[in-house]
Ligand binder design. Structure first.
Ligand code: ADP
Ligand code: ZN
Length: 625
C-alpha cells in the first residue's frame, strides 16, 4: 500500500512479501488481512477469482511460528499450490488420497517434526481417525479453509465434510482461522459464518470487479467463424476455454477448430474419466491449448494464464456467466470474456426452464436469473455496471467493455416493433421468425402464396429495414418478453400481455441496432487501468504493444521456461508466470541486482534461475545486435 507500514507486523509482512514472493506491494485488502491474521485474528475473506487469496493465509503462515494447516477440497489445486510454494523456497506439503502410504507417512513425519511450514489437507483426511489428535501435539500457526463456500448445501460445490469443520473451532479455540471463497452472495456468506462458527471473525469483502477482463457480447451470425476470427485476431497461440451447451456441440466445435490448425480438445461428462483427465492435464501444463467444454469443466481449474473464455451458447444465469468468465486472467494480465448471442439462445434457455421437472417456484427463480443475464446481453451501455450491480456493487461505466469501447447505436423502434407485433398477430401467431421477416419485407414465394400472406396488410410494410435489423428487433422483443416462442408449435411466435401497450402506441421502445462484429485488437493494446485498489503497479499500468524484437525475446524466454518446466515436471506458470516473463522482456535486466527488481523474482528464484535467465537475455542481445 502507498502509506508506510505502521505496525511491526506490517513491516515484517511487507519484507517477506518482497523477499519470498517477489511482489513489490500488496493488492487490495491483502495488507489488512495479513496483519489481522498474523496477529492472531479470525477472518472471512471474500475475493474474486484471481484476487490473490492464497497470499492472505500463506504469508501469515510464514510470519507465525508453527505449522499452518490449509484445508482444500481438490487434489490438483493442492499440488499446484505446494509446487508453487516450493519454487519460492517455502517448506510445504500435502496430504490427500493421491499419495502412497509411504509418502503420506513421510509428510506426516515432516509436519510433526517442524520440517513443514504449511500442510495442505483434504477435508476427509483432516477428519479421518486420529488426525486431529496428531496435530494437537504440534504447534499450530493457523487454519486456512479454502473454497469455504463448499459448506453450502445449496451450492453446486457442496462437500459434506465441510460441515464438520466446526470441530476446529471446538478443539483449537486459540488457533486463528481464516476462511476464503470467491462466491459472493450473502446467503452463502451467512452459511459459512454459521457452519464454520466464525462468529468473532472479521469479514473482508473485496470488490468483485475483474478489471483485467474485457467483456464482449457479439450478435450471433455463424458463431463458429466468429469464434475463429476472435481467436486468430486476439489470442493466436494462447490458452482459452470455449463453453458450449451440449456434448455434441463440444465435440463438433473442438474438431472444427482442430481442422483449422488450432490445438483444441473436448471436455464433457460423456467422455471417460481417463480422457477427461488427460485433456485437463494437457490444458493445464502446455501453452496455447484450447479446451472446448460443457460446464462440466470448471472447478479445480486453477490455470492462471487462461487468456480468453468464449461462450458459444448463453449460460443460464449471471452467476454462471460470471463464474465461467472468471476463469480468464487469474494472473491479472489482460483477458477476454467473449460471447456470441442470438435469439436461439433465449429460446433454448427458456425452453430448458419450461420443460424442466422442477416446481413453479424454482422455474420463477430460474426465469428471473435468465432475464437478468439477458438484460446484460441486450444492454446498450456498459456491461460491467449491471454485472457488478447483480452482486450488490455500484460502479461507473468501465471504459473497457465492448459497449464502452464501441457504443452500440440505439433507435426509436416503436414503429418497427408495432409492425413486427402486427405481423405476428395477422399471421395468427402460427409462424416463426424467418417467415415473419419474409412477410414484413414482402418476399413472395411458394409459402407466401399458399398461406395468402401476400394479401395481408402487413405484407411488405417493413421493406425499409434489412433482414439483420428485423432479426435484432425480434430477438429483443423475445428477450423483453413481448413475444414468446411456442416450442410445441415449431417455434411459432405468440404475443404476450406485455405487447399490448406497444401495439396500442402507449409505450416507446428504444432498441439496439445490430452491429458488425467488433474487430479484434491484440490483447496487449488493452489498457490495464483501474485495478481494484490501484495499489499494485503491475496491474494498473497501460502497456504499449510489443515490437518484433520484444516478441522474439518473449518467445525465447517461453521456450526456456518450457525446458525448465519439463525438467522439473511442473506446469510452466509454476516456474515463472507470464507477467514476469513480460516484465523481463521489457526491462532486460543485465545483473542479478536488476533481476531481483522484477516482479515475481524473489530470493529463491533469483538463486535458482538468476544466472540462467541472465544468460538467456545476454545471448539474445548478442544475437540481435
Ligand atoms: P485466487 O486464489 O484469489 O484466485 P491467487 O492467490 O491464485 O488468486 O492469486 C492470483 C495471482 O495473483 C497469482 O498469480 C499471484 O501470484 C498474484 N498475486 C497475488 N498477490 C499479488 C501481489 N500482491 N502482487 C502481485 N501479484 C500478486
Ligand atoms: Zn463498460
Amino acid at each position: 500500500m502507498s502509506s508506510p507500514p505502521s505496525t511491526p507486523t506490517e513491516s515484517r509482512a511487507l519484507e517477506r512479501l518482497r523477499q519470498t514472493f517477489g511482489h513489490p506491494a500488496f493488492r487490495g485488502q491483502q495488507a489488512d488481512i495479513v496483519r489481522h491474521v498474523a496477529d492472531g485474528g479470525d477472518a472471512l475473506v471474500l475475493m474474486p477469482t484471481g484476487g490473490g487469496k492464497s497470499l492472505c493465509y500463506q504469508l501469515p503462515a510464514l510470519l507465525r511460528p508453527g505449522l499452518a494447516i490449509v484445508v482444500s477440497p481438490l487434489i490438483a489445486l493442492m499440488q499446484d499450490q505446494v509446487a508453487a510454494l516450493q519454487q519460492l523456497g517455502v517448506r510445504a506439503g500435502a496430504l490427500h488420497s493421491g499419495l502412497t502410504a509411504r509418502e503420506a507417512a513421510q509428510t506426516r513425519r515432516d509436519a510433526l517434526s517442524g520440517g513443514l511450514e504449511l500442510l495442505y489437507v483434504a477435508p476427509e483426511r483432516l477428519l479421518a481417525e486420529g488426525f486431529i489428535d496428531m496435530i494437537a501435539s504440534a504447534r499450530l500457526a493457523l487454519f486456512a479453509i479454502d473454497e469455504a463456500h463448499c459448506v453450502s448445501q445449496w451450492g453446486h460445490d457442496f462437500r459434506p465434510e465441510y460441515l464438520q469443520l466446526s470441530v476446529l473451532a471446538e478443539r483449537f479455540p486459540e488457533v486463528p482461522r481464516i476462511a476464503l471463497t470467491a462466491t459472493a452472495d450473502p446467503q452463502t456468506r451467512a452459511e459459512i459464518i454459521e457452519r464454520l462458527q466464525l462468529r468473532e471473525a472479521r469479514v473482508f469483502v473485496s470488490s468483485f470487479d475483474r478489471p483485467n477482463i474485457r467483456y464482449t457480447i457479439e450478435d450471433r451470425g455463424d458463431g463458429r467463424t466468429q469464434l475463429l476470427d476472435f481467436i486468430r485476431g486476439s489470442h493466436d497461440g494462447e490458452s482459452g476455454i470455449v463453453y458450449c451447451l451440449s456434448r455434441r456441440k463440444v465435440e463438433e466445435t473442438a474438431e472444427w477448430l482442430a481442422e483449422r490448425g488450432l490445438t483444441a480438445l473436448p471436455y464433457h461428462a460423456g467422455l471417460d474419466a481417463a480422457t477427461r483427465s488427460r485433456h485437463q492435464r494437457i490444458f493445464q501444463e502446455q501453452d496455447g491449448v484450447i479446451i472446448v467444454a460443457t460446464i462440466a469443466f470448471g472447478m479445480g481449474i486453477d490455470k492462471p494464464d487462461v487468456r480468453f473464455v468464449a461462450h458459444l451458447d448463453l449460460p443460464k444465469s449471471v452467476e454462471g456467466y460470471y463464474q465461467e468468465t472468471g476463469r480468464a486472467g487469474r494472473d491479472g494480465e489482460p483477458a477476454d470474456a467473449w460471447m456470441v448471442y442470438g435469439m436461439a439462445d433465449v429460446v433454448q434457455q427458456r425452453r430448458l426452464i419450461d420443460e424442466s421437472e422442477a416446481d413453479e417456484g424454482w422455474k420463477r427463480i430460474a426465469a428471473a436469473k435468465l432475464n437478468a443475464l439477458l438484460g446484460i446481453a441486450e444492454s446498450a451501455s456498459c456491461r460491467r455496471v449491471p454485472l457488478l450491480a447483480y452482486f450488490g456493487e455500484s460502479s461507473l461505466p468501465c471504459g473497457r467493455c465492448d459497449n464502452c469501447l464501441t457504443p452500440p447505436l440505439t433507435w426509436d423502434a416503436t414503429e418497427a416493433a408495432r409492425m413486427a407485433l402486427s405481423a405476428v398477430y395477422r399471421t395468427r401467431q402460427r409462424f416463426g421468425v424467418v417467415h415473419l421477416i419474409d412477410v414484413l419485407r414482402g418476399r413472395t414465394g411458394e409459402r407466401m402464396i399458399r398461406w395468402q400472406h401476400d394479401k395481408l396488410s402487413v405484407f411488405g410494410i417493413g421493406a425499409a429495414h434489412d433482414e439483420p435489423t428485423w432479426r435484432a428487433v425480434f430477438r429483443q422483443l423475445v428477450a423483453l418478453g413481448l413475444v414468446e416462442v411456442d416450442h410445441a408449435a415449431h417455434g411459432a411466435l405468440k404475443l404476450t400481455e406485455a405487447a399490448r401497450p406497444v401495439l396500442r402506441g402507449e409505450q416507446i421502445l428504444r432498441l439496439r441496432r445490430p452491429r458488425e462484429p467488433v474487430r479484434a485488437t491484440p490483447r496487449r493494446r488493452v489498457a490495464k487501468s483501474g485495478a481494484p485498489s490501484g495499489s499494485a503497479p503491475d496491474r494498473s499500468r497501460a502497456q504499449p504493444p510489443m515490437d518484433s524484437g520484444q516478441s522474439a525475446l518473449l518467445a525465447r524466454l517461453k521456450a526456456w521456461r518450457l525446458e525448465q518446466s519439463r525438467a522439473q515436471r511442473v506446469p510452466p506458470y509454476i516456474v515463472l508466470n507470464d507477467a514476469t516473463l513480460e516484465a523481463l522482456t521489457l526491462a532486460r535486466p543485465d545483473s542479478l541486482a536488476a533481476l531481483s527488481q522484477i516482479h515475481g523474482i524473489g530470493e529463491r528464484r533469483l538463486e535458482t534461475y538468476g544466472a540462467a535467465l541472465l544468460a538467456v537475455l545476454a545471448d539474445f542481445s548478442a544475437s540481435h545486435r
